[in-house]
Design a protein around this ligand. Structure first.
Ligand code: ZN
Length: 298
């Protein structure tokens, strides 16, 4: 049976899977990310016995997702040893001779949620992950957003919480959104991992304070029809209510839409694809690459 291949390329681990065009993952493996040579040898081995029609890669970044650019297909300036300027698209195309879709892991996840998950049937959505880092991707008018490169919505500037003196973890900006709100910032600020903080701990009010500001900015700039929040930190279910409430306070009724008012509980939601959001995102990128190739040939 012809299948789509999916690669969730993370800085810590690679998840490879195969699935069908309806978003069902039928088999998957995962292994640690080491050097490109070692890691890609395992990727090639996993897909070698499969009959693939296309492969999708949702990658850690920064990457170059702009077709026609000389470095299209590369992971670009990553601090991850050996991966800088590695062209994963070229490697896969040469090996398997099928269309390869390539985007950021979060753009992939946004496309997956739009195609099969919590944003199915809408024209736009935003997916944000809060974990080791903070990143977001978006589908607007049915298209993933690209421009000079890809959006880096995790590194926006937010107003500091009056009780927060923590300097922030971002190696580039210190106290950008990622620097203040990613998982490692929680652990460093409070001295214990987020998972050990009880729901009534002040850490969560502060976390929601930062995340609600970010969502306000995304709502005002992109006007997404739904916001999907994933990643390890968002496993704290109580954060959803806090973020929804703070977003409403910040917007102060300025955007008159039911989704931001009485229906906010259905507007800011966990991934419809659950823990499969990443791998299904890569599957959606494969499907997109296949559909685009069919369009060109038609
Ligand atoms: Zn930053």
């Amino acid at each position: 049976m012809a299948l789509l291949g999916a690669i969730e390329a993370g800085g810590t681990k690679f998840v490879c899977g195969v699935g069908t065009e309806d978003g069902t993952v039928v088999e998957r493996v995962s292994f640690p990310t080491t050097t490109p040579e070692e890691t890609m040898a395992l990727v090639f081995e996993f897909f070698a016995s499969k009959e693939l029609t296309a492969i999708g890669v949702g990658s850690f970044g920064p990457i170059d997702p702009v077709k026609g650019s000389p470095t299209y297909g590369c992971i670009t300036t990553t601090p991850k040893p050996h991966w800088s300027n590695y062209n994963i698209v070229k490697a896969l195309e040469e090996r398997f001779g099928v269309p390869v879709g390539f985007d950021t892991d979060v753009n992939g996840a946004a496309l997956g949620e739009y195609t099969w998950g919590a944003a199915q049937g809408l024209d736009s959505c935003l997916y944000i992950t809060i974990g080791t880092g903070v990143g977001a991707g978006a589908v607007v008018s049915g298209q993933l957003i690209h421009g000079l490169s890809h959006p880096e919505m995790g590194h926006i500037i937010v107003r500091r919480h009056p009780d927060d003196s923590y300097e922030g973890t971002c190696p580039y900006h210190g106290d950008c959104l990622e620097g203040l709100a990613a998982g490692p910032s929680l652990s460093k600020r409070w001295g214990v991992p987020g998972i050990e903080l009880t729901p009534d701990h002040p850490a969560w009010e502060m976390e929601a304070y930062y995340l609600a500001q970010a969502l306000m900015n995304y709502v005002l700039v992109l006007s997404p029809q739904r916001i999907v929040m994933g990643g390890g930190v968002m496993k704290q279910q109580h954060l959803f209510g806090l973020i929804q409430q703070k977003l409403q306070e910040l917007l102060a009724g300025y955007v008159p839409h039911a989704s931001l008012n009485e229906e906010i509980g259905q507007y800011i939601v966990p991934p419809g694809l659950g823990d499969n959001a990443g791998i299904c995102g890569a599957l959606a990128l494969a499907k997109l690459a296949l559909d685009e190739t069919d369009t060109v040939l038609a």
